[in-house]
Design a protein around this ligand. Structure first.
Ligand code: CP
Ligand code: NVA
Length: 304
């Protein structure tokens, strides 16, 4: 039995990632045609959420039902984990009863500790450092609309946050150029910048970075857990809004993505999500299919 986890994109090989994206597209087609199988009857996914969620919860829960299994929603308000039961005890107990677990939490180290003690596959459903499930959906969406992302110019506008750092992993694995336009003091980790220096660069001016971009991506300026910094961040990120004017300098067939939830009037203009560049609704829907492909991959790997 090869126990596999998905804490960052880099837990997959490049070939596995490509295959998984292909499979996500297949599963989406099968779902739409009414020809999808239910390969995992009786399999249970535990979903541990220490932060809020709409897309992640709905997509994992619906996805498990579509695969023939079921999902359990566990919030810190109702579990002993929320009352201080140690992570290592919780991981051993929960993984003894279910087949696969997803965790949304704060520190990436907490997720790593949980994973160390889990006897079943663990999926990162967002930490302060990474959001790899979203990248599966984003990369599936790009592929569906424009084909291979290899060699493309991808511009990240805004905070060097968990999403940005997952884009850095993707740039390395799928071989695209990532330009990060962020204010000083809001860069992603220096270690990652050094590690991926051949693919990733940091600039300060979003308008010039976007010139010729194939894909423009942004995210909230204040992530979950940074609520108290919201005002300060709004000042720091003034001038980093993605709007029609800046998008007009991107490549002719550029796409715009945002993992959502979005804050209109802050990181995006009021109407950009409805613009010709935007694929945000497909991107959100693809969470469902990309994660079914991920669950299938992890359960099948673990069964061999
Ligand atoms: N994009 C995303 O992960 O959304 P939720 O926080 O709603 O799950
Ligand atoms: N960067 C955001 C992503 C939300 C899906 C956050 O961590 O809150």
């Amino acid at each position: 039995m090869a126990l596999r986890h998905f804490l960052t994109l880099q837990d997959l090989s490049k070939e596995e990632l490509q295959q998984l994206l292909k499979r996500a597209i297949e599963l989406k087609t099968a779902h739409r045609n009414g020809t999808a199988d239910q390969p995992f009857p009786g399999k249970v996914l535990a979903m541990i959420f220490e932060k809020s969620s709409t897309r992640t919860r709905v997509s994992f829960e619906a996805g498990m039902a579509q695969l023939g299994g079921s999902a359990l929603f566990l919030s810190p308000n109702d579990t002993q984990l929320g009352r201080g039961e140690p992570i290592e005890d919780s991981a051993r107990v929960i993984s003894g009863m279910v087949d696969i677990i997803m965790v949304r939490t704060y520190g990436h180290d907490k997720l790593q500790k949980f994973t160390e003690y889990s006897s079943v596959p663990v999926i990162n459903a967002l930490t302060d450092d990474y959001h790899p499930c979203q990248l599966l959906a984003d990369m599936q969406t790009y592929e569906e609309h424009r084909g291979s992302i290899q060699g493309k110019r991808v511009v990240w506008v805004g905070d060097g946050n968990n999403m940005c750092q997952s884009y850095m992993n993707a740039a390395d694995m799928l071989d695209f150029q990532l330009i990060i336009a962020c204010p000083e003091g809001y860069e992603p980790s220096a270690d990652l910048l050094e590690k991926f220096s051949s693919r990733v660069s940091v600039v300060r001016d979003p308008a010039s970075a976007i010139v010729g971009a194939d894909l423009v991506v942004t995210d909230t300026w204040a992530s979950m857990g940074q609520e108290e910094e919201k005002q300060l961040r709004e000042q720091a990120f003034a001038g980093f809004q993605v709007n029609e004017e800046v998008m007009s300098h991107a490549a002719e067939d550029a796409l715009f993505m945002h993992c959502l939830p979005a804050y209109r009037g802050l990181e995006i203009s009021d109407t950009i999500m409805e613009s010709k560049w935007s694929v945000v609704w497909d991107e959100a829907e693809n969470r469902l299919h990309a994660q079914k492909a991920l669950v299938e991959f992890l359960l099948n790997q673990t069964a061999h």
